[in-house]
Design a protein around this ligand. Structure first.
Ligand code: NAP
Ligand code: G4F
Length: 376
């Protein structure tokens, strides 16, 4: 019998890769979507209408919608990926973040219990390296103490502990994957990696002059999202319900990410100045890749803006994936940092060129439309 999975956050970066992964394993996949006035289903558009993929309206802030949906789908596995996942936004919308990222987890657990599925339904909770926050040791493992350092992290800490509590109190198979940053060509455009790869592509193609960033010294353990969804599944196939750190064990700064991304877009950067005055300056140009008219050696293409500084910033994340390697047989180095940056830039170089072609077609269509007159 095919297993049935319910994914919250199916429209997100991880939800889209996890859907593909589970469909390939023969699962019946159900995903939760919310109503929006604009199209936000780009990442799963290619799956819609395929036989084993089903979408349902519900919301993490609406208990009844979750109870009814869990009762209807009767999942064998729930992957709770839905969240207000942007750390900086959590400072602006802390209450909403707590409702979705903290109480939302409780709502899923209670939806399972209300439908008497606690003995059969396994639950994966999308936990985060942000729990380590103002880090108390480097690298961070399953035994490192937590010190959350944003409203997002505090909400996720509740999610982590309520999962543990239901595991111990009701003997439920529910686990947290403590995932370090994972990126991809589907990453949201306001997270730092995607913001950089898109800007590097736009600058190389003459569509943007300068990229403004916040803390360039921040250190992250960046992996590839497609590799990480396999681990979410492995955690639920493990013989006992346990929490796992998922990371590559390799660390780089935001500045290093930017340097490499611009390199793949045909622009070598040199860095000058410090703190708010630091700048990324064009040192040389590879004309086969960077063809922006007027772009020249000496141009400032990266600058620092205090708008992107956070009230409290997590600056030293490095994961120790030994347990996942040993107990799940997962390979943390499937995709290297260098490969990740290269694939994201290659994708965005094509995307920026295609967006431009699409805009040209829209311009031609608009010109024709205006020429023909609005009534015809
Ligand atoms: P993402 O791209 O921001 O996706 C978040 C998903 O949650 C979207 O599908 C979003 O739906 C959905 N969502 C938000 N609020 C909701 C609500 N009230 N009801 C129902 N759905 C809601 O995030 P991601 O990068 O895929 O991350 C997946 C999960 O892993 C998140 O929980 C995140 O906090 C966690 N995590 C991510 C990373 C990482 O580096 N990517 C690392 C550690 C942990 P809409 O499309 O409708 O907005
Ligand atoms: O890309 P970021 O916004 O990701 P952050 O804050 O690490 O959060 C992501 O990873 C977490 C796992 O650790 C997830 F739980 C969370 O859901 C999300 O997916 O920022 C990374 C670093 C930060 O230190 C930030 O201060 O980059 C720094 N940064 C510097 N300039 C910037 C910018 N971040 C953003 N978003 N935009 C900037 O211009």
């Amino acid at each position: 019998m095919a297993k049935t999975a319910l994914i919250t956050g199916v429209t997100g970066q991880d939800g889209s890769y996890l859907s593909e992964f589970l469909l390939a394993k023969g699962y019946e996949v159900h995903g939760i979507i919310r109503r929006s006035s604009v199209d936000y289903r780009e990442r799963i558009a290619h799956l819609e209408g395929t036989p084993h993929f089903h979408l349902h309206y519900a919301d993490m802030s609406d208990s009844m919608s979750l109870v009814k949906l869990v009762g209807k789908v009767m999942p064998d596995e729930i992957y709770n990926l839905a969240a207000q996942s942007h750390v900086q936004v959590s400072f602006d919308a802390p209450e909403f973040t707590a409702d979705v990222d903290a109480v939302g987890v409780l709502r899923i657990l209670e939806a399972v219990r209300t439908n008497h599925l606690e003995k059969t339904c396994k639950i994966y909770q999308a936990s985060t390296s942000e729990l380590y926050g103002k880090v108390e040791e480097v690298p961070q493992s399953e035994t490192t103490p937590f010190h959350p350092y944003s409203p997002y992290a505090v909400a996720k800490l509740y999610g982590f502990w309520i999962i543990k509590e239901y595991r111990e109190a009701y003997n439920m198979f529910c686990c947290s994957g403590i995932l370090f940053n994972h990126e991809s060509e589907r990453r949201g455009e306001t997270f730092v990696t995607r913001k950089i790869t898109l800007a590097a592509a736009r600058i190389a193609q003459g569509k943007q002059k300068c990229l403004y960033l916040g803390n360039l010294d921040s250190l992250r353990d960046w992996g590839y999202a497609k590799d990480y969804v396999e681990c979410m599944w492995l955690i639920l196939q493990h013989k006992t319900p346990e929490d796992f750190v998922i990371a590559t064990g390799v660390q780089h700064s935001v500045r290093e990410f930017a340097t490499l991304a611009f390199h793949h877009a045909g622009i070598e950067l040199r860095w000058e100045g410090e703190g708010i005055n630091e700048k990324g300056i064009v040192a040389s140009i590879n004309p086969a890749l960077a063809q922006a008219e007027g772009l020249k050696v000496g141009d400032v293409v990266v600058a620092v803006s205090p708008d992107f500084y956070r009230p409290t910033d997590v600056v030293n994340l490095l994961g120790d994936p030994s347990k996942a390697k040993r107990e799940l047989g997962w390979n943390p180095q499937t995709t290297s940092f260098e490969q990740l940056v290269e694939l994201m830039v290659a994708h965005d170089m094509k995307k920026v060129a295609a967006d431009d072609a699409a805009a040209e077609i829209r311009k031609v269509n608009l010109a024709e439309y205006l020429e023909k007159g609005v009534d015809k």
